[in-house]
Design a protein around this ligand. Structure first.
Ligand SMILES: Nc1ncnc2c1ncn2[C@@H]1O[C@H](COP(=O)(O)OP(=O)(O)OP(=O)(O)O)[C@@H](O)[C@H]1O
Ligand SMILES: [Mg+2]
Length: 266
């Protein structure tokens, strides 16, 4: 495969329309369980795309395909101009340098402090330790956790772990950030803090975000577009306003079960 076409020039302008995620004809099955069936998806640079869908519909699988943690059975997955479905490990590593992943459940390394967890992507890239420490201190301040840098994951709350996970995913200013349920299990105030960080990553870093969420209020706040993963496809793609007005039965069920109301202002 030729040299990956990973973009290096940052742009915080969402009017600069160029797709950063392009999935075409993607099918993924586990045994008889066909999870994704001929899925098509294009996500424009500098936008936040929220994937909603009932449990087990393949949202996490879709994110894993986007970062090369898994491969489709058929179809193509192109991230930052690089085909991941048939990429070499070197190509995947190259794309991952431009990608941050906020895992469902934070997935921090338990034997490293919060500060060391956040420093990992920088040290892996060879940033000198002193410089990395300064960047990590800034990043921890950004997520409001300056005073817990020395603590270990099991010494901090779930909301703090999520924020450390967020800091680790964005510390190296990735072009694309994948968020797997970044606010699940959090109280409304911490949820709002995480939402603001996701919006800020788009607006300040120009990062493209793909956010898997069950939380309607949160989705309406952070999304430029919301895609409903349903029967293996992402055919229903709506702006937040269209989502509020949609009469799609699954969208209605999300809106009607939204604990905070569906206006996104709560
Ligand atoms: N490695 C795997 N091996 C076998 N089946 C898998 C594997 N990963 C996912 N699946 C199956 O694929 C389907 C989709 O899983 P996925 O984790 O993407 O769901 P999800 O939409 O993220 O659900 P949730 O909202 O509960 O997190 C499920 O039926 C799951 O059991
Ligand atoms: Mg999931």
């Amino acid at each position: 495969m030729s040299t990956p076409a990973v973009e290096t020039s940052g742009s915080s302008s969402s009017s600069y329309s160029e797709s950063i995620v392009r999935m075409a004809g993607v099918t993924k099955r586990f045994g008889d369980n066909v999870v994704l069936a001929d899925l098509e998806l294009v996500i424009e640079r500098g936008t936040n795309f929220v994937i909603m869908g009932l449990s087990g519909t393949g949202k996490s699988v879709t994110l894993k395909l986007m970062c090369g943690l898994d491969r489709p059975d058929s179809g193509t997955v192109e991230i930052c101009g690089v085909r991941l479905d048939n990429a070499t490990r070197k190509d995947i590593a190259c794309v991952r340098e431009n990608l941050g992943f906020v895992f469902q459940g934070a997935a921090l390394i338990n034997w490293l402090s919060a500060r060391e967890n956040v420093a990992l992507p920088l040290l892996e890239r060879g940033v000198p330790r002193k410089e990395a420490e300064e960047i990590v201190a800034r990043e921890l301040a950004e997520v409001g956790l300056s005073d817990i840098g020395d603590k270990y994951p099991d010494e901090i709350s779930g909301g703090m772990r999520k924020r450390v996970g967020f800091a680790r995913a964005t510390v190296d200013e990735p072009k694309l950030v994948l968020y797997d349920e970044p606010t699940s299990g959090l109280d409304p105030r911490t949820t709002r803090t995480i939402d603001e960080l996701i919006i800020d990553a788009r607006d300040r870093l120009g990062a493209t975000g793909v956010v898997v969420s069950h939380d309607v209020a949160s989705a309406l706040r952070v999304a430029d577009r919301i895609g409903l993963l349903y029967e293996g496809h992402l055919d229903v793609i709506l702006t937040p306003d269209e989502f509020r007005r949609s009469d799609h039965p699954v969208v209605r069920s999300f809106l009607e079960s939204a604990p905070l109301g569906a206006n996104g202002s709560s």
